[in-house]
Design a protein around this ligand. Structure first.
Ligand SMILES: O=C(O)CCC(=O)C(=O)O
Ligand SMILES: [Fe+2]
Length: 368
């Protein structure tokens, strides 16, 4: 049998303790912090649902920021003559669906959001949330380079995320860094509207499996790989319905996916990540995080403007232009493809417009 050709994204290195051992906990409790049982469960399962963490009122500024963002997209498309209505009569859970029907790609424009509205900055650096993050990554906390607003519309394939480990998207030399995500829903998320599913305990080896490229722009971890290399029992995955007000915490090696949205409403959520400020950043040198809290410097003020200066989607594009000597094209504000350096980490087993936009140029460069 031919030997398996392993992709550069696979290192075979395992870091079990990074993902299974909580850091030493200082005495005393800060508001919102997890109980010992909850913390142990996070490190045992690889994820944890904390219900009623936020009063829904605390999420209203984000919901209203999302309404503004949808309005911006509606206006942009309308002004460009791509749609004939602003669909202003539709609300939070429906308007984007109508816009997407009129101009398929509207959801992608929101997914490619480069800048954080103030309400998102406030939520990411929310005091009670950081108290929890401190229990998981320790007291030196930075916001990670990667975050996403997820408008998951019914039947929309580009927001249906296949099985993966988040580290697969990051640099191989940060596979030993614990990155904690809080996935925060802005609606009740259920089995019907595309909530999250986790391969319970799949983080225990501390190993990033061989992914494949790509379902749309998403890396894929196939079930055979999950069973064989990550010792996952696929009969023990858990679909986690996260209600409004909850936070769903998970680490960067736990395999997870989201399931189809079969309702007629948008499933809105955001995912924010944190890591220890002193550990290396995992985004190909393209974007750093920013410190949010420190036990050494109590006066840290997050420099969100500095963070936002580097629009991840723009710098990913720029990286590609430089690396593959592509011709620089004028920015197309209606471009709905996503390409990124993670495409290079794994073998391409599935082609689509995103993957091809990246690799065609690569071939042109090597075979001029
Ligand atoms: O929200 C989703 O559908 C997928 C989220 C995800 O994979 C993540 O936040 O890492
Ligand atoms: Fe993920």
């Amino acid at each position: 049998m031919a030997a398996e050709v392993l992709p550069p994204g696979f290192t075979a290195k395992t870091y079990p303790e990074v993902f299974t051992q909580p850091p030493t906990q200082p005495k005393g409790n800060k508001p919102g912090q997890l109980t010992k049982e909850q913390l142990d469960k996070y490190f045992d399962q690889g994820y944890l649902l904390v219900e009623n963490f936020f009063d829904p009122v605390e999420l209203e500024p984000c919901q209203s920021a999302i309404n503004d963002l949808v309005n911006d997209v509606a206006e942009k498309l309308y002004k460009a003559g791509k749609t004939t209505s602003l669909y202003g009569e539709f609300g939070f859970e429906k308007r984007l669906i109508e816009i997407e029907k009129a101009w398929p790609g509207a959801v992608m424009l929101l997914l490619k959001l480069g800048k954080l509205p103030q309400a998102f900055r406030d939520l990411w650096s929310h005091d009670r949330l950081l108290n929890v993050v401190e229990q998981i990554v320790g007291p030196e906390i930075s916001a990670h380079a990667v975050w996403n607003l997820r408008p998951k519309a019914p039947g929309h394939t580009e927001t249906l995320v296949p099985w993966h480990q988040d580290s697969a998207y990051f640099d191989v030399d940060t596979y030993n860094v614990h990155v904690c995500t809080a996935w925060i829903p802005f609606v009740n998320t259920t089995k019907e509207n595309g909530c999250m599913e986790f391969a319970t305990g799949g983080h225990k080896k501390g190993l990033v499996g061989v992914h494949q490229c790509c379902e749309n722009f998403y890396l894929m971890l196939d079930e055979n790989e999950m069973e064989k290399r990550l010792d996952i029992d696929l009969s023990k995955t858990e679909v986690v319905e996260a209600p409004l007000g909850s936070i769903l915490l998970f680490n960067n090696v736990i395999p997870h996916r989201s399931i189809p949205n079969v309702t007629d409403s948008v499933r809105w959520s955001v995912d924010f990540r944190w890591q220890d400020t002193r550990k290396p950043w995992g985004f190909y040198g393209l974007k750093k995080g920013i410190p949010l809290r420190s036990a050494i410097d109590h006066d840290i003020k997050p420099d969100w403007d500095e963070y936002d200066k580097a629009d991840r989607y723009k710098i990913q594009k720029q990286y590609e232009i430089e690396k593959f000597h592509k011709e620089e094209e004028p920015t197309d504000e209606f471009d709905v493809t996503i390409t990124g350096p993670w495409f290079e980490k794994y073998h391409v087993t599935k082609h689509n417009e995103h993957v091809d936009a990246y690799n065609t140029e690569k071939e042109n460069k090597t075979n001029p």
